[in-house]
Design a protein around this ligand. Sequence first.
Ligand code: PLP
Length: 442
Amino acid sequence: MTSAASTARTARSSELFARARTVTPGGVNSPVRAFDAVGGTPRFIRSARGAWLTDVDGNDYVDLICSWGPMLLGHAHPEVQRAVTEAVSRGTSYGTPTVPEVELASEIVARTPVERVRFTSSGTEATMSAIRLARGFTGRDVVVKFAGCYHGHVDSLLAAAGSGLATFGNPNAGPSTPGVPSSSTDLTLVLPYNDTAAVAAAFAEHGDRIACLVTEAAAGNMGVVPPDPGFNRFLAETCARHGALFVSDEVMTGFRASRQGQWGLDGAVEGWAPDLMTFGKVMGGGFPAAAFGGRADVMAHLSPEGSVYQAGTLSGNPVATTAGLATLRLATDEVYAHLTAAGETIKEAAADALTAAGVPHAVQSTGTMFSVFFTEGPVRDFAGASGQDVAAYAAFFHAMLDAGVHLPPSAYEGWFLSAAHDDRAVQTVLDALPAAARAAAS
Ligand code: PLP
């Protein structure tokens, strides 16, 4: 796919990438960063401020990755920086309880339906722990998930998984990767997203063995595929009827899709709540922090209150929780209104440019989250998302990059904005779109 490669100055990034590959598999610490799906040289970023990234060759880019979601306020927000610097000056980790943990947990409890929160260092750990708790609480083993949903690299959930697994193409219902034995996914039922009939049939057949159903609150790891209206409520009700727990994974959507995440767009309006939820990304303010939480009676089964073991050396780290707390306190209604307005402008311009160039596409969103599919029509599930023209996306991606806009280097990811995406940043994106759409057409 090198034909799509960018023409920008990349000498220093190329040099670093070559060196990185001698010390790190593929030269990266998370697969999609390697640009395998789009070809070319990944940009090594030297610094970031507001909506902009600067790479080691001195190129500036409007950032539409935002660290894959966390940077809701933009990079190096002065107030987050000040809070973090102060926290660091008091020491970085004690392995004892601290004030910011209690305050961040309280902030999460105030914004969401969860009654208790336990911190972890990654979203992967959060979903892994939620699944363990659900199994411990119910005394059952089977877990239901949806194809194309990604919940981190938890062994039992790496079945028909999204994100990098979608990028590198593995649609199987069994393990999505070597290294996960089928015994780890044998207890995982994989169903098509947005398919109520499939959910009803699975519960009719296996209902008394199902510990939990886990879903992305809105799918974001096959591109953004919103739940059909009423779908999440149906899941919550089905789980309740069968004594299974409903685990809503809001690692990506939490505090991003809206102030209250995806739940703010459906559960809060319709009057239902998940039994367990997982969070990450935004609530860590750009640091490794994530969480799971939920009903007090379920969370009471966690050690040391209960018998389900779960722990972490850096869980609730004072610097990370300080960053998350500062971020959430600054994530006001105005921030979400800004993300909505900037998102609408970019979505409309992307659709116009692709239509003008004759490139089939579908722009999809939930709350402030959106992505552009290079498909013939709207996408409701993983089968639809998998039909994308990835070569067209690669050409589009590199034309955008050449024009100073850094999109995610995969067609299977959302485009993320921040409160710092001001008129200049948005205009840079708008200016880049027509030529990129023409590149995708050729
Ligand atoms: N769940 C969802 C919905 C995610 O989007 C992700 C990461 O992208 C995870 C879980 C895993 O989080 P982490 O990468 O922090 O382990």
